[in-house]
Ligand binder design. Structure first.
Ligand code: COA
Length: 561
């Protein structure tokens, strides 16, 4: 015996990875590069290959273990050819040759070793093999819950033929050979014990032994391995259950309660993993809600369909969509295609609303003095050809607050668990246009004066209304101001323009009585509504931000400090 350790290879920079599936067991024959087990990093799942051909002696890890590059995960006996060293591959034939087909055809007939193939008949370039139920971990009379093949199907060695399920576990019975299914002897609900006849296969004579030797998880074998296996897609198609396909929608279910287990065989789990399908969201159509390959495929189809149905109505995050009644039953209706801008805006709003935990902080700023100053600049503005509105003051005040409280000038990278801090202050302004909402961006607001900001915001707003904004003029904002002050309202809760983490909503300023300690004074109060991403910003900082805005707008001389 030549014992060789199987070690974790270079993981492309990943430190510790979790073992999520063992693809072989002790005693299995494998070829070099055959997958041994699957590990999962933050970004992908990776199959660890066998360092050589041979027979697996043992695996020293289990599902859930953490491993890193260089760790030993098992040992392999590579003393001979992998298949040649697998005595069991030849042995059954010798035993099987001695039996007659009649002997083996009686269901439940005791076989000396039921895992070995039953008698075979040779005919020309092929032979017929009767596949028997292998040892079932000591269990008897275990019900068949799924038949994975039909007569006429082509199967590869190790393809799941049937699935049986006891009270404690379900188990797929693999094919010992590649070949064509001639006859299936069992039906769903039948109770099987070791040695029972499962099905009859026609196995190509010249490639027959090879089929047995190549049984090292054909499912996982890479296409480059040179094995004469059918393309995986075709094999899967053949091996897939032949029950009528479930409708895509029916494959999607509400997530099961936390801790609920997923009911599916390894091949189905593998398929789901390859397609990136979350099995906890898939409704099984098999017996006892078992998830079948069709269910996984239908689930993926339905997800793709949803995405293609238009981003504006895509529900995302698995949230059930809103079903529309036939409105014409209530009265006359007209249908009109959404403009591109409307559907893009709708998708952006929904994405932000779903992804960002929003909180809104309200504050009133006393802008009595600011307004007096602004109005005093009217003549100067006329000379310059620029109208001074409250917006430039708001831009300047926000730039001051962003500089003072830089936790508002960030974006979150939740995948990498990073906070991206910006060293610049670019602010987007929401502009109401006949075509919908547009958000041009004023760059380096902190470095510009009020007149410059007034001119630039007016110019960008006009460009937005004239549909003349360039894409670059709508990118790079750290923060957004949305002002409805020229229209009305006392407060609102704007949606954060993710990946920014905060947005200031401005409502209409109104004269209100303010108690100065001895009497009420008429003061012009500007309602501010700051919505923020509560993952990035805490409530205390939000209150500091709006207080600072209120202070700066209340005394604009502070902008000079
Ligand atoms: N309170 C009271 N009056 C206000 C005000 C406020 N908060 N903000 C502006 N005004 C006044 C202005 O002073 C101006 O009055 P005046 O002509 O008597 O001087 C008038 O309202 C109109 O101002 P406007 O032309 O809107 O200029 P602006 O610089 O304040 O706003 C935009 C520019 C681009 C922000 C604005 O035109 C706009 O499109 N707002 C809508 C944004 C939106 O739709 N947001 C919703 C997103 S969900």
């Amino acid at each position: 015996m030549s014992e060789q350790e199987i070690r974790v290879p270079d993981l492309g920079g990943a430190d510790e990875v979790e073992v999520i599936e063992l693809l072989v067991s002790a005693g299995d024959s494998v070829e070099a590069e055959d997958p041994i087990l699957t590990v999962e990093t933050d970004k992908a799942s990776v199959e660890l290959p066998s360092p050589g051909a041979g027979k697996i002696i043992k695996l020293t890890v289990k599902v859930g273990d953490k491993v890193k590059e260089g760790d030993v995960v098992g040992t392999i006996d590579s003393s001979g050819e992998s298949s040649g060293s697998d005595d069991s591959a030849d042995e059954p034939e010798a035993k099987a040759e001695e039996k007659t087909e009649a002997e083996s055809s009686s269901k439940g007939g005791a076989e000396p070793d039921a895992s070995k193939p039953a008698p075979k008949k040779k005919s020309g370039g092929s032979r017929t093999e009767v596949v028997l139920v292998p040892p079932l971990d000591g269990m008897e009379d275990v019900p068949v819950i799924e038949i994975n093949v039909s007569e006429g199907d082509t199967v590869e060695a190790d393809d799941a033929l049937v699935t049986v399920e006891s009270d404690k576990a379900s188990m797929e019975i693999p094919s010992p050979f590649g070949g064509k299914v001639v006859k299936v002897f069992v039906a769903e609900g039948d109770k099987l014990s070791e040695g029972d006849k499962l099905l009859e296969l026609t196995v190509a004579e010249d490639g027959g032994d090879d089929d047995v030797e190549e049984s090292g998880d054909q499912d996982d074998a890479p296409a480059e391995s040179g094995q004469e296996s059918k393309p995986e897609a075709e094999a899967d198609e053949k091996a897939a259950p032949k029950e009528p396909a479930a409708q895509p929608q029916s494959a999607v279910s509400e997530p099961p309660p936390p801790g609920a287990s997923v009911h599916a065989g390894p091949a189905v789990r593998k398929l789901a993993r390859e397609l990136g399908a979350d099995m906890t969201r898939i409704k099984g159509s098999g017996p006892k809600s078992r998830i079948l390959k069709d269910d996984v495929q239908n689930y993926v189809k339905s997800q793709l369909q949803q995405a293609q149905q238009g981003s504006a109505v895509a529900t995302g995050s698995g949230i059930p969509g809103v079903k529309l009644p036939d409105f014409s039953q209530f009265g006359d209706i007209e249908k009109e295609a959404m403009s591109r801008m409307m559907s893009v805006t709708a998708a952006n709003m929904q994405r932000s609303w779903l992804n960002v935990p929003h909180v809104t902080q309200f504050e009133d700023a006393d802008i009595t003095d600011m307004e007096a100053f602004r109005k005093s600049q009217k003549a100067a503005g006329e000379k310059k050809g620029v109208k001074m509105t409250p917006l430039p003051f708001l831009l300047k005040a926000c730039a001051t607050a962003l500089a003072e409280l830089p936790q508002f000038n960030v974006s979150l990278d939740m995948e990498r668990k990073e906070v991206i801090r910006k060293q610049y202050i670019h602010i987007g302004i929401a502009v109401d246009t006949p075509n919908g909402l547009m958000v041009p961006v004023i760059r380096d607001v902190d470095k510009k004066g009020l007149w410059e900001l007034a001119a630039e915001s007016a110019e960008l707003a006009q460009k937005a209304r004239d549909k003349k904004l360039k894409p670059a003029e709508m990118q790079g904002a750290c923060f957004t101001i949305t002002s409805l002050g020229g229209i009305g309202g006392t407060a609102f809760t704007p949606i954060v323009n993710a990946p920014e983490v905060a947005i200031l909503g401005v409502s209409k300023a109104a004269m209100k009585p303010v108690w100065d300690g001895s009497e009420f004074q008429p003061r012009l109060l500007l309602p501010l509504s700051l919505s923020y991403d509560h993952r990035a910003v805490n409530g205390a900082d939000a209150a500091r931000f709006t207080s600072l805005l209120s202070q700066v707008l209340g005394d604009i001389r502070t902008l000079l400090l």
